[in-house]
Design a protein around this ligand. Sequence first.
Ligand SMILES: Nc1ncnc2c1ncn2[C@@H]1O[C@H](COP(=O)(O)OP(=O)(O)OP(=O)(O)O)[C@@H](O)[C@H]1O
Length: 484
Amino acid sequence: METLLIVDDDLSLLESLKMHFEDIEHDGSPRYQVVTATRASEALRVAQEVMPGVVILDMKLPDRTGLDIIEEMKSLCGDARIILVTAFHDMETTIRAMKAGAFDYIHKPFPDLTALDIVVSRALEYRQLSRRAATVNVETAAARLGDIVGTSPSMQQLVKEIGKVAASRATVLIHGESGTGKELIARVIHNYSYDEPKPFIGINCSAIVDTLLESELFGHEKGAFTGASAVKPGKFEMAEDGTIFLDEIGDMSLMLQAKLLRVLQEREFERVGGVKRIKLRARVIAATHRTLVDEVSSGRFREDLYQRLKVITLQLPPLRERRDDIPSLVHHLLERINEKVHKRVTRVPPEVLDHLMRLPWRGNVRELENVLTRAVVLAPGEVLLSDNLPALEPTEPDHGGAHINGHPVHGNGHGGHPLPNFLVTQIDDPSRIPTLEEAERMLIELTMNVTKGHKGKTCQILGISRPTLERKLQKYGVRQDQPV
Ligand SMILES: Nc1ncnc2c1ncn2[C@@H]1O[C@H](COP(=O)(O)OP(=O)(O)OP(=O)(O)O)[C@@H](O)[C@H]1O
């Protein structure tokens, strides 16, 4: 039996959660023994006594915040997985919670206890796994929040992962299409990893010819090659005990891959033409728009280097898979662009935002930034105009009809409900096909819209149970207060 500690000052919630978890059985006997506490001080005392496997910890407690006691709780019973619960979405707190060592961060009210059950089971599974594996040292460090904008489920997940990554010094590999924010994420991880300022040194491995890249990375001694008139330290040296960011690592030649592998294995390197061994103290973060597993299969990337780099892998979602983030990104980028080009374009009419939400964004956030910069420069006043945006593509006709998540919808010819265009038009560009998750989210939003938020009817149409619908609404962050 696993011991579960639930900490909340809401007595009725505490009681109902206790009953819920006590009712869960495993192989015919109760799965959990549940203990409760209403204050932080009491929680710490009880935790020390019962050594819980999982702690469900509310953020707002009468004496201290849940966040404040995570570290103390972990030092008392380091093995416990802590799930922090709050009533609001807050990126800063999410990162701080994950960094302090929380296992997960969830929001209440819980629309469906199944979601909570899943998190608790997963927490226990991970605890089992990590008991077998080596433990990672959790550094504590205050850090500042970077400029990441986005509240879509995939971005929230990413923010959680950043919190965990920042707590370790492990090598990180960031995958993502061009312009998805790989460098930004690398900088945020860096900023969150240290208390005091440390160097962040980036280098684009695809932009420099091989021989030059080697001396850029590792430096060179005087006279190492023609033109090497003085000693020059490389990026690895300049990064000191901070971060070296190897951008577009997938484009590195096999010859340099072999050198890099040796450096990562031995944690030492020499300048080109030199003999002195220099210690590698920097943390390595690498990024690529290529799928490295495919590069490995086709022999263009060394398998052993890939294994070294992928200790922690982050996958950045393309912008078209998180279109809900476009409004907040537009707002954020406009502020930055106005400052840069000395303008004050602050108004984005709904039809212009709609236009922006429907563009394909193959170049992701960077393309959005470029498109907005052009439109800001061309704007005659303080209003952003559709005329200055790229035209919509024919597969996304501007028929002024209904939209789900920026995708136009139209009738399916059976006199029934409208369908998103992606389900009925011929798609010849693979990048325009939505992921299964995206399609599922759109169908749920569409059905909720058609039934005007009636969950019973939505379940009936989609052929799913109420708990499944609740779980998916929460997973995809679908607004339930008004028609979507
Ligand atoms: N989630 C985000 N929130 C705010 N700004 C973002 C976000 N993602 C990307 N950006 C901005 O978009 C621009 C491109 O991001 P960045 O250079 O990090 O992308 P990248 O994936 O490294 O691109 P490339 O592969 O082309 O080098 C930057 O100005 C960055 O600040």
